[in-house]
Design a protein around this ligand. Structure first.
Ligand code: MG
Length: 386
């Protein structure tokens, strides 16, 4: 793949499963994650070095319909065969091939599509951020705090996060662990601290009394309070609330983002490349929101340092004006699978890499040591001899 030649071809995809224990289990309204089954993809192009991506699908389908096993199946049986051995001109052409005749499976599609952007960045000798149109040298970071048994535990963790430099607190909520927890937190940290409540669809429109109370707490936003795929109810709720709503699970592609804008279903968007089918789609949604003055920020999926690299590059785009869930490696992992580990300074900033490509070295030795399953996919009907 030389600089003159725009086209690229993928020769091999290697799917790998590794398991990484979290430093502490993470609780949200839809489940608990204690260890992460991580699906990594090593993408080998013709005439260039391999690149790595991470599929962010969780173990069970509690966040969106996708899960680890469906992503593996989709990659192996439907997605890899349509792109392996194909000559393609751009990541956008690759994305179109992956999406044609395939409904859903956004995270599986993103796991291939994002790699094409890294290939392009390496070929152009530019950082992934630059290739995507990024304009920030560093990105602001907030912490995501899981559900706790007692408000005091939440307050203690929040205080430590503020001391560490995090620019805002995002707190998971569910019925019974919402207003009192957030009120204690607000009283403990004061009015100046930005607090976001993330409900992961744990409420219904009839819970109006709870929303009315949440609306008095000076929250920066309430994320995805209602059904994961319901925009109309969110729009009705947003109309009644002072606090901006933010959507996450509901927006899975550019079309849904347009509907969100038209219906005024939220005033902020949490934008994750995996959830929307890749970086090209994320960039298009970013541009739409920019035009319509809807700020976006990048949420997390308990990624390793590989997924983090894609998120940080995306979050360097101009409309990512709110801190993202871009915690440093030490927040979740004893030891990350990239070098250097992701770090954050004392004021909650993470530097955007400037080196060509992804900007981090993949710790292949450690990945091989952690590997519990692997599958190598090559183009069908292709002669692969010497
Ligand atoms: Mg969320």
């Amino acid at each position: 793949m030389d600089a003159e030649d725009r086209s690229f071809e993928l020769e091999q995809l290697r799917l790998l499963e590794i398991r990484l224990s979290l430093r502490e289990p993470f609780h949200s309204a839809t489940g608990v994650v204690a260890a992460r089954r991580v699906l990594l993809v090593e993408i080998e192009p013709r005439d260039a070095a391999p690149v790595w991506t991470e599929c962010v699908a969780l173990e069970s389908p509690h966040y969106t319909p996708e899960c680890f096993e469906t992503a593996w199946l989709a990659l192996r049986d439907w997605l890899a065969p349509r792109v392996l051995g194909q000559e393609m001109e751009s990541p956008l052409e690759l994305a179109a091939l992956l999406a044609k005749g395939v409904r859903g499976h956004e995270m599986a599609r993103a796991a291939i599509e994002m790699g094409a952007w890294t290939l392009l960045a390496e070929r152009w000798g530019q950082s992934l951020s630059t290739v995507l149109g990024g304009s920030r040298q560093r990105v602001g970071t907030g912490i995501a705090l899981g559900l706790e048994k007692e408000p005091a535990v939440l307050v203690d963790k929040a205080r430590k996060a503020i001391e560490r430099g995090y620019q805002r607190l995002k707190v998971k909520i569910e019925p019974g662990r919402d207003v009192d927890f957030l009120l204690s937190l607000r009283q403990a940290v004061g009015d100046a601290v930005s607090i976001v409540a993330d409900a992961n669809s744990a409420y219904a429109a009839v819970d109006w009394e709870i929303f009315e109370r949440l609306d008095t707490l000076g929250l920066t936003m309430i994320e995805q309070p209602l059904e994961w795929n319901d925009l109309v109810q969110h729009a009705r709720l947003q109309e009644r609330l002072e606090t901006p709503l933010c959507l996450d699970e509901s927006v899975t592609d550019l079309g849904r983002a347009r509907e969100m804008v038209e219906l005024r279903a939220a005033r902020v968007l949490n934008l994750k490349p995996g959830r929307v089918g890749g970086l090209g789609s994320a960039k298009a949604i970013h541009d739409l929101c920019f035009e319509r003055q809807i700020p976006v920020w990048c949420g997390g999926m308990l990624e390793t340092g590989i997924g983090r690299a894609y998120n940080v590059a995306l979050a360097s785009l101009p409309n990512f004006s709110r801190p993202g869930d871009l915690s440093p490696s030490e927040r979740y992992w004893q030891q990350d699978i990239v070098w250097p580990h992701w770090t954050m300074d004392g004021e909650g900033w993470v530097d955007v890499p400037t080196a060509p490509g992804l900007g981090v070295e993949i710790d292949v030795e450690r990945i091989e040591a952690l590997k519990v399953r692997e599958e190598v996919l090559r183009a069908r009907n292709r002669v692969t001899g010497p």
